[in-house]
Every structure is written in C-alpha cells, then in structure tokens.
Ligand binder design. Structure first.
Ligand code: NI
Length: 135
C-alpha cells in the first residue's frame, strides 16, 4: 500500500527574474515587476512529498523529523535570507522562477531521501502561486 507523506518547510529569500540574453525592455515585458533591477523578496514554502510503503512496525513511511532535517540541511539552511541570483552556488546561471527552483531542489533532494521515493516537490512563491515538479 503506497502512501504519500508531505513535509512543509519555509524560507525567505530575494530574487530577480531577468534573462541577460534579453534587453531590459524585453525583461520588463516578460517578467513585469519581478524584473526590477534590485530584486524583491518572497516568503517561500516548500512541500516535499515522499511516496512509500507504510512500515507495519512503525506505522510510518519515514520519520518526518528526519525528512525535515534533510530538507533544512540540503536546501533551506542554504537559501534562507539569501539573494537567489547571487548567493547560491547551485543556482548560478539559473533564472530563479518557482519552476526552476522546484527542478533544482528536486535534483538535490531526490538522492537523499532515506526511505520511499521523492514523489513531488512544490515551491510556493506566494500563497496563490506554486510550481510542482515530479521528476
Ligand atoms: Ni518574485
């Protein structure tokens, strides 16, 4: 019996949506206010969902505290209160949209999940906008 288990974490960070291949005018048309030169911040939320079998001995797929510690160590401790365009080595040359963050975070976390398999990763940029990646 496969069950999905989700841990939510959060972080605060700033970013700017801008592609250096485009002119300033094009960037403004594509990204709107998100292209303003000095960036802006978000209170991000990260939903990490693991799919797995329930261990009959423990009643759990994996220990959520352990999952939380992994997400913090690998992702949120590194990006919290940082500028995503400038401060993060694994985001260099990545336009830090929610979509791209979901892909990059997935690639970091997927091999670190100790039991079950990473099933989906959601990056909420606002309460109403999120990107979801399933590998
Ligand atoms: Ni933004």
């Amino acid at each position: 019996m496969m069950v999905l288990l989700t841990r939510k974490e959060h972080f605060c960070a700033s970013h700017r949506l801008y592609n250096p291949k485009f002119s300033d005018g094009q960037n403004l048309r594509i990204y709107g206010k998100c292209a303003y030169p000095n960036g802006h911040g978000h209170n991000y939320e990260l939903d990490v969902t693991v799919a797995g079998e329930v261990d009959p001995e423990t009643g759990m797929i994996l220990d959520l505290k352990e999952l939380s510690d992994i997400i913090k160590k690998e992702i949120t401790d590194k990006v919290d209160h940082k500028h995503l365009n400038m401060d993060i080595d694994f985001l260099r040359d990545v336009i830090p949209t929610a979509e791209n963050l979901a892909i990059v975070f997935w690639n970091i976390l997927a091999p670190k999940i100790p039991k079950g398999k990473l099933y989906s990763l959601r990056v909420y940029e606002t309460p109403t906008n999120y990107a979801e990646y399933r590998g």
